[in-house]
Design a protein around this ligand. Structure first.
Ligand code: AMP
Length: 244
């Protein structure tokens, strides 16, 4: 509590107002699933703000661990650079440790997790124990021919996970994050070589879990090859229209 005394009145008031507005939104837990470059990183921050949920992106958390040189980062760095999946227990631990964050009180947006059947099963167990439910699974279905260009031109703001594209979604100032002005970076695994591996793992490990969610009736699939604004519309419909 005491650290709130250091927050300016305007910031505190804006945050109270934001949280009050959030109470009018439906509380929801959402999973985003899609291949690399399908737009999860672009749409995630918008969905997070719209639903007032926390955004748990395992790729962002791992990149942060690599940048900080933590034990987890040392274990994950080379695996990520190659485009392979890091061991299940490492990412499961990340989600477990963050699911109870105060920011996740109104729900959670999972980005890049679960990616394997083991992770999906473990997530079910975590949700049951916390009396949470998976309300929507959003499948970003994309024409794979566009992915090479999308990831080669992708630039990210490491601290926030905000995503840009040199051609399709450029920042206001070249090379700088719109919100903070901090430099953007090109991910080490955003290469055509690593993309091949990441796609293979998407087809082998991740696609089967879509069938599982399809059977449970909460999967929504939409065309993520469309322009960003159009995808936003698909997502809005997927989130707010009634379940089938
Ligand atoms: P992303 O930012 O989601 O594309 O993730 C970047 C990289 O982090 C992946 O290619 C994996 O090496 C690793 N990673 C992220 N999430 C997971 C996960 N759920 N399971 C295993 N590896 C992951």
């Amino acid at each position: 509590m005491s650290n709130l005394r250091n927050v300016s009145f305007n910031d505190l008031f804006a945050e109270v107002k934001r949280r009050y507005e959030c109470t009018k939104r439906p509380a929801m837990n959402v999973i985003m699933i899609g291949p690399p470059g399908s737009g999860k990183g672009t749409q995630g921050p918008k969905i997070k703000d719209d639903l007032c949920v926390c955004h748990l992106a395992t790729g962002d958390m791992l990149r942060e661990a690599v940048a900080k040189g933590t034990e987890l980062g040392k274990q994950a760095g080379d695996i990520m650079k190659r485009g392979d999946l890091v061991p299940d227990e490492l990412v499961i631990g990340l989600i477990e440790n963050n699911l109870s964050n105060p920011e996740c009180e109104r729900g959670v947006l999972l980005d890049g997790f679960p990616r394997t059947a083991v992770q999906a099963e473990k997530l079910d167990q975590m949700f049951v124990s916390k009396q949470m439910s998976i309300d929507r699974v959003l499948e970003f279905a994309v024409d794979e021919d566009v992915l090479g260009e999308r990831i080669e031109g992708r630039r990210i703001h490491q601290a926030s996970g905000r995503s840009y594209h040199l051609k399709f979604n450029p920042p206001k100032v070249e090379g700088k994050d719109d919100a903070t002005g901090e430099p953007l970076m090109h991910r080490k695994d955003d290469t055509r070589e690593a993309l091949g591996k990441r796609m293979a793992s998407y087809h082998r490990d991740t696609k089967p879990i879509l069938d599982y969610y399809r059977q449970h009736g909460n999967l929504r699939t939409f065309n993520a090859t469309a322009p960003i604004k159009e995808v936003e519309g698909h997502i809005e419909k997927a989130l707010y229209s009634n379940m089938i």
